[in-house]
Design a protein around this ligand. Structure first.
Ligand code: EPU
Length: 375
C-alpha cells in the first residue's frame, strides 16, 4: 500500500498538466453517524456509521489503512454522486467518496487526444470541458448526473453513445490491499449498462482515474431519439451542427423529460431496458405491433422498459410517497419524504405487473443498498 501511495505522490508532484487543484496530500478524517441525504439524489434520509471523502490516491490509502484498524468487520461502500443509489435504511458501515480531480492531457497528435480525468470530477462538468477544448465524442452523454468514476462503472449511455465508446482505460485501487490496477477498455468487460466493476470486481476497487480517447474532428451522432428532427426544427442543419449545439439540444431534451432531483428525488432510469432474443421479440411484436424497439446485436432486441411500464398503466401512478414519473415511466420519483422501502415497494409492484403482462423481468439499474450490504 505504501509503495502505491509514494508513487502517486511523486506523480502528482511531477504533473505539469493538471488544470484543477486539490492535489496536495491531505489526510481526511472519518465522520461518524453521517447523514447521507446530500449524497443520494433520491433524497432518502439515512445515515452512515462512518463517512469520508478523499482528494488523492494517497488520502484514499490512508483512509483504507485506518478503516482496517478502526472499522474492522464493517462493510465498505464506495459511492459517487449517489445518482444511482437507493438506500433502504441506515448504512451500518463505512462510506467513501472520491474527490480526486484533475484533467491531464497524456498525448495529442492533432487528431486524437488521450486525457486522464480524476474519478471525482462531475461527469457533466467534464463533458462540457472536453467539448470546449475541442475534444469530441462525449457530447451525447451531456447532462447525465454522476461522477466520472461511476460513469465508467455503470457504462452510462444516452442517444446512441455509451461511455465505453470513448474510454481508453480505467485506473483503480484495491479496497482490500491498496494496490493500484489498470484495465484496458477490453478488460473492463463493457456491455449495455454493464462492466466488470459491477460483476467480478464489484465492491473490490475504487476507480481513481478514467482515461478517454477523444477526437479533434467533430462528427455529430444524431441518429437516435429524433435528435436530427429536433435540430432541423430549431433551424440547425444537422449535418453542420457544432458540438456545443448538439450538447445544448440534448441538455434541453433531458431537462424536459427528466425530473430535477433537487425538486423531486430520483435516480434517472430506475430499470434497464430489457434485451430479448428473436423468438421472444417476435411474440411481443405480434401481440404489440406498435411496440418501439432497437436492434441490439445479432438476433437480439432492446425493448424500452418505459413503454412496457406505461402499457401496464403505471405512468404517473403512486404507491405511498413514491410515483412513476408522469413524463417518463422509466423513472421512479420520491414525492417527498419517501423511504427507500417505499420506493422499492413501487419497484416490485411495477415489476410484477410487467412480468404478468409481458413475461419480462425488469432489472433495476439503480443499486439498492440494504442497510449493510447491496442486494
Ligand atoms: N417510452 C414510452 N413511455 C415512456 C417512456 C418511453 O412509450 O414513459 C418510449 C418512447 O416513446 C420511445 C422509447 O420508449 O419510443 C424509448 O424512450 P426514451 O428515448 O425516452 O429512452 P429510454 O430507452 O426510456 C434510455 C436510457 C436513458 C437515456 C435515453 C436516451 C436506459 C435504461 N435509459 O431511456 O438514460 O437518456 O435512453 O438515450 O437505457 C439513465 O440511464 O438514467 C437515462 C436517463
Amino acid at each position: 500500500m505504501a509503495t502505491d501511495c509514494l508513487r502517486e505522490l511523486i506523480s502528482l508532484m511531477s504533473n505539469q498538466h493538471s488544470i484543477r487543484g486539490g492535489d496536495e496530500l491531505r489526510f481526511m478524517e472519518y465522520q461518524t453517524d453521517k447523514s447521507l441525504l446530500p449524497y443520494n439524489t433520491f433524497g432518502i434520509d439515512v445515515k452512515a456509521a462512518a463517512f469520508a471523502e478523499y482528494r488523492s490516491v494517497g488520502e484514499l490509502c490512508a483512509l483504507l489503512e485506518e478503516y482496517a484498524v478502526r472499522f474492522r468487520g464493517k462493510p465498505l461502500l464506495h459511492i459517487g454522486s449517489g445518482s444511482n443509489l437507493l438506500f433502504l435504511g441506515d448504512y451500518d458501515g463505512v462510506v467513501l467518496r472520491s474527490q480526486i480531480r484533475g484533467v491531464q492531457v497524456l498525448s495529442d497528435d492533432g487528431e486524437e487526444v488521450l486525457v486522464r480525468v480524476g474519478a471525482g470530477e462531475e461527469h457533466d462538468w467534464w463533458v462540457e470541458h472536453a467539448s470546449r477544448q475541442g475534444w469530441h465524442g462525449l457530447e451525447n452523454l451531456s447532462l447525465i448526473p454522476g461522477q466520472v468514476g461511476a460513469s465508467a462503472v455503470q457504462n452510462i449511455g444516452a442517444y446512441g453513445v455509451e461511455a465505453c465508446d470513448v474510454i481508453d482505460s480505467v485506473e483503480g485501487i484495491s479496497l482490500e490491499t491498496g494496490v493500484a490496477a489498470r484495465w484496458s477498455n477490453s478488460e473492463c468487460g463493457y456491455s449495455y449498462r454493464h462492466s466488470i466493476f459491477k460483476d467480478a470486481l464489484k465492491g473490490k476497487y475504487a476507480i481513481t482515474h478514467v482515461l478517454y480517447r477523444l477526437h479533434r474532428t467533430f462528427v455529430p451522432r444524431l441518429g437516435y431519439g429524433g435528435l436530427s428532427k429536433i435540430m432541423s426544427y430549431k433551424g440547425i442543419d444537422p449535418a453542420k451542427a457544432t458540438a456545443m449545439q448538439v450538447r445544448d439540444v440534448i441538455a434541453d431534451v433531458r431537462r424536459k423529460k427528466l425530473p430535477d432531483p433537487s425538486e423531486r428525488g430520483n435516480a434517472g432510469s430506475f430499470f434497464m431496458n430489457p434485451i430479448v432474443d428473436e423468438c421472444k421479440f417476435g411474440l411481443l411484436r405480434e401481440a404489440n405491433p406498435d411496440m418501439p424497439y432497437y436492434a441490439h446485436g445479432e438476433g437480439m432486441y432492446k425493448v424500452p422498459a418505459g413503454w412496457l411500464i406505461e402499457q401496464c398503466g403505471w405512468k404517473g401512478r403512486s404507491l405511498g410517497r413514491a410515483s412513476v414519473y408522469e413524463r417518463q415511466a422509466l423513472i421512479l420519483v420520491n414525492d417527498g419524504g419517501a423511504t427507500g422501502r417505499e420506493v422499492l415497494e413501487l419497484c416490485e409492484a411495477v415489476r410484477s405487473d410487467v412480468r404478468g403482462r409481458f413475461g419480462i423481468d425488469l432489472v433495476p439499474e439503480v443499486n439498492v443498498i440494504a442497510g449493510d450490504k447491496g442486494i
